[in-house]
Ligand binder design. Structure first.
Ligand code: ADP
Ligand code: MG
Length: 230
């Protein structure tokens, strides 16, 4: 389902003195329906890796194949359409649209679906309401992001990532802003999605309770995979 080969990411240094190497030759293979947790210290390249695997960014070197499609062979527009149809992403910093309510934010991915899969507006709202209720925000549907706590925004981001029923879901520290109980509920929801729909899950976390529930843990440090084990 996911094949990453020799992924390298380098950024030019602000002072012009060469480049900063953030990922150095990451190889990773994931089967459909697999759950993998990525662990690593802050700054080790976890968010960068997730962005490359999801096709949000392009690597300096190496390649990513998602559901049989080589992302590097697509144009930017084609990549966006491919993501809309196949990929869900929970951002570490939420990235909700500030001018839209919680419910409208959750509807956004549904509007980006190909025509034959896009629900009408009423059905989209029904789905958004159901998802927001599932993340415990049934009474916050009409709130704008500034009217929500960090943990609530994180859960809106989660509902949004689920909305289009993606085959692959990437979640960047999805329980990072939640208390233990809410975090457990969010983790339950991720695992339910995997069980019910066979969604492939790639989860970056510091949450050891969450890591222990995954079938596979990849440890990353200084841009390299250190260990990859059950
Ligand atoms: P993590 O998610 O593991 O904390 P990140 O992937 O966010 O780590 O970042 C890894 C390193 O790459 C950090 O040192 C960060 O400062 C650097 N970095 C990330 N994005 C950029 C960018 N766009 N330009 C320059 N450096 C970046
Ligand atoms: Mg990060």
């Amino acid at each position: 389902m996911i094949v990453a080969r020799n992924l390298c990411q380098r950024y030019p240094r602000a002072d012009g003195s060469g480049s900063l190497s953030v990922l150095e030759g990451v190889d990773l293979k994931l089967d459909a329906g697999e759950i993998v947790v990525i662990l690593g210290p802050s700054g080790s390249g976890k968010t960068t890796l997730l962005g490359l695997l999801a096709g949000l960014d392009q690597p300096t070197e190496g390649s990513v194949e998602l559901a049989g499609v080589e992302l590097g062979s697509l144009s930017e527009d084609e990549r966006a359409s491919f993501r809309a149809a196949n990929v869900g992403f929970v951002f570490q910093n939420f990235q909700l649209i500030p001018t839209l309510t919680a419910e409208e934010n959750v509807c956004v991915p549904l509007e980006l679906l190909p025509e034959d899969r896009a629900p009408d507006a009423a059905e989209a709202m029904r789905r958004a309401e159901l998802l927001l209720a599932r993340v415990g925000l049934g009474d916050r549907m009409d709130h704008f992001p500034t009217q929500l706590s960090g943990g609530e925004q994180q859960r809106v981001g989660l509902a949004r990532a689920f909305a289009a029923e993606p085959r692959i879901l990437f979640a960047d520290e999805p329980t990072g802003n939640l208390d233990r109980e809410t975090g457990e509920r969010v983790a339950d929801l991720l695992f339910e999605l995997n069980r019910e729909a066979g969604t492939t899950l790639v989860i970056v976390t510091h949450d050891m309770a969450l890591a222990e529930r995954a079938g596979r843990v990849v440890r990353i440090d200084a841009g390299r995979i250190q260990t990859d084990a059950p």
